[in-house]
Design a protein. Structure first.
Length: 255
């Protein structure tokens, strides 16, 4: 297909999948269960953190984690007593277990205490550097700045090591993108959607290569930059809206 045909196809698919019907079967349904900004941030962060594997299992386990937090994820993260924290000690989703969960809760508690929250951290870093790549790097360093189990580091991808950072980029998409479709939240108003990078997974990568949007064979950060740059050529203001198109085409076998 020529670029005009690819653009038209992506726009059609984005319109098809960027709808409220997308929400129920996707991890984004977890933060959609809350109204408060801080609850949505925390719920979204944990839902994105465990978002690998079967989507139904991801959603089921994320709901279970929210239940263990008393369906008050922000209050639980920032105020839970030691006895309350024990409630999540037995949680597990694949290799993310109770030890990792407690590590992440401790790190988030410190980020809310010292930086005002996840959103404020990213917005502040973007204001300083105008580059989410730097913000991603600094967030991970801040997150693991204090003593923590080494095993937990694998659950927060490192852009400095060349990882695609799919789950973090997906979480950023949820928090930053804003349109009239009602899927993404647009809570972090100080970061423009144009600054986002595509959440690259096996589905978006396969579709992207089939459409000629990228040539790189590895699903790493260089591939993220390549495909995002191509999508910015199609929509400079909101390139990541095509995440819906690429992901939807991938999971439904439309190519």
């Amino acid at each position: 297909m020529v670029i005009s045909e690819i653009t038209e196809y992506l726009q059609e698919l984005a319109d098809r999948f960027n709808t409220p019907a997308f929400i129920d079967d996707d991890p984004i349904s977890i933060p959609h269960g809350f109204q408060n900004r801080n609850d949505r941030e925390v719920a979204g962060f944990f839902a994105a953190t465990i978002a690998w594997g079967n989507r139904r299992l991801i959603v089921r386990n994320a709901k279970r984690l929210m239940h263990l937090m008393g369906n008050e994820p922000f209050r639980f993260t920032t105020e839970a007593s030691d006895n309350e924290l024990l409630q999540v000690a037995g949680f597990a989703h694949r290799t993310f277990n109770g030890t990792d969960c407690l590590c992440f809760l401790t790190a988030l508690r410190r980020i809310y205490r010292e930086h005002g929250g996840i959103g404020h951290f990213f917005e502040s870093e973007y204001a300083r550097h105008a580059d989410l790549r730097i913000a991603l790097s600094r967030f991970r360093r801040c997150f693991f700045a204090e003593a923590h189990p080494a095993r937990s580091e694998k659950h927060l991808s490192s852009i400095d090591k060349g990882a695609a950072c799919k789950r973090l980029n997906m979480f950023l998409r949820w928090m930053v993108r804003r349109d009239t479709r009602g899927v993404d939240f647009g809570l972090w108003r100080k970061i423009p959607p144009s600054a986002l990078f595509l959440p690259l997974d096996v589905h978006t990568a396969r579709t992207g290569r089939m459409l000629g949007l990228m040539k790189r064979k590895q699903n790493d950060w260089k591939a993220v930059e390549e495909i995002t740059d191509t999508l910015r050529g199609i929509d400079p203001d909101d390139p990541v809206r095509f995440d819906f198109a690429l992901f939807g085409a991938g999971i439904h076998g439309l190519l």
